[in-house]
Design a binder for this molecule. Structure first.
Ligand SMILES: [Zn+2]
Length: 376
């Protein structure tokens, strides 16, 4: 096993890329989907179950972990991998995005952000330097630069100022990260929906040099059409030989569209959060297990799925435990959704390897257009 962090592109079909990230914690097959383990757990899942779906890497949230139980405590207890019993790679975000979406009474300056915790109102400061320190204490394998996620919509002037601040913070993040063999720091491209700003941001990041590059500031309410318009050019501005990560995406069709445009890594709470609210992803689209049509249905959610929810339980049972608010409902549906997402990634990797990614996309959309199986 390697002691370094490295990315190898193994194939390409159109713009879709097949690759592998090698790190001391293990290999990450790309395109990769990262389940979100917000507070040191992928909700409703045991870590070994997450791994069994085919996930090579998890995402942890700096904002949540710094507030509770704190990065210093996790460090004293041996780091996040040991603490949560996940020995494969972990990517942590910088905390910046969730400060903006969750905390109270924020104050932004050139230095960083001061805010009050949404848990107990305590006061905290996040700067590029502090974010790097927290992510180091957690033991993160892939560390994200501290940046400002430009709100949407933003006029060109606001977006430009925000992007330039993020690029100054990217420089400070690089300097604070230091020399840590086997660990990676990813820069984050900003620039909203403005092509010239995306180009400028990419140039500034490439001059600093990172082990990987994220496309930031998307999936913030702009809609799929606009997101795809930006993805038609933004990933091409980033280095060919480094992984490209689209943050916070997304729905299955967003993911397929992003991979088609040259994205290698994604994360989203959708499969796990939806599992707890009865939304189930299948090849045929989304179904709601709460719906009365399932209450007498002895068939599995998806007969082709290998997850325990589909192998061992009927739609009728899943409907019942959801309605009865039994914990096994969230456990089974989360497992199924994560299995669906990982199977989707595996399907795309196979298609890119075989040069059949166009066909894969046609089949993907055709199956979804069919809708769920007919009621009994
Ligand atoms: Zn399943």
């Amino acid at each position: 096993m390697t002691r370094r962090f490295e990315f190898e592109k193994l194939g390409q079909d159109g713009k879709a890329r097949l690759g592998v990230i090698r790190s001391p914690r293990g290999e990450i097959r790309t395109p990769a989907f990262m389940p979100v383990g917000t507070a040191g757990t992928v909700k409703a899942m045991m870590p070994e179950s997450v791994a069994s779906t085919g996930a090579d890497i998890l995402l942890g949230n700096t904002y949540h972990l710094m507030l509770r139980p704190t990065a210093e405590r996790i460090d004293r207890l041996g780091g996040l991998h040991k603490f949560m019993n996940w020995d494969k790679p972990i990517l942590t975000d910088s905390g910046g995005f969730q400060v903006m979406s969750l905390s109270n009474l924020r104050k932004m300056s050139e230095e960083g952000v001061t805010f009050k915790s949404h848990i107990d109102g305590s006061r905290h400061t996040l700067t590029p330097e502090r974010s790097m320190e927290i992510q180091r204490l957690l033991g993160s394998d892939i560390v994200m630069c501290f940046d400002e996620c430009t709100p949407f919509p933003a006029d060109p002037k606001v977006s430009m100022e925000s992007m330039r601040l993020s690029m100054r913070w990217a420089q400070r993040s690089r300097e604070a990260f230091g020399d840590r063999p086997g660990h990676a720091l990813f820069g984050i491209q900003q620039g909203s929906i403005y092509r010239d700003q995306r180009e400028r941001s990419a140039e500034l990041l490439k001059a600093i040099e990172f082990e990987g590059y994220a496309v930031g500031g998307l999936a913030v309410g702009e809609g799929q059409d606009t997101m795809f318009e930006v993805l038609d050019y933004a990933p091409d501005m980033l280095p060919e030989d480094k992984p490209r990560y689209l943050m916070g995406v997304g729905k299955p069709d967003d993911i397929v569209g992003a991979v088609a445009r040259g994205i290698d890594m994604m994360d989203c709470v959708l499969p796990t959060r939806s599992g707890r609210t009865g939304q189930v992803f299948t090849r045929h689209g989304v179904l709601n297990i709460k719906n009365a049509r399932h209450q007498d249905d002895p068939r599995p959610v998806d007969e082709s799925c290998s997850c325990p929810a589909c192998r061992n339980y009927s739609r009728a049972y899943l409907h019942h435990v959801f309605r009865a608010q039994e914990m096994i409902s969230g456990m089974l549906l989360t497992w199924h959704n994560l299995q669906y997402y990982q199977d989707l990634m595996q399907g795309m990797r196979g298609a890119i390897a075989g040069g059949t990614f166009d066909q894969f996309q046609s089949d993907f959309h055709a199956q979804r257009a069919q809708g769920d199986i007919e009621p009994l």
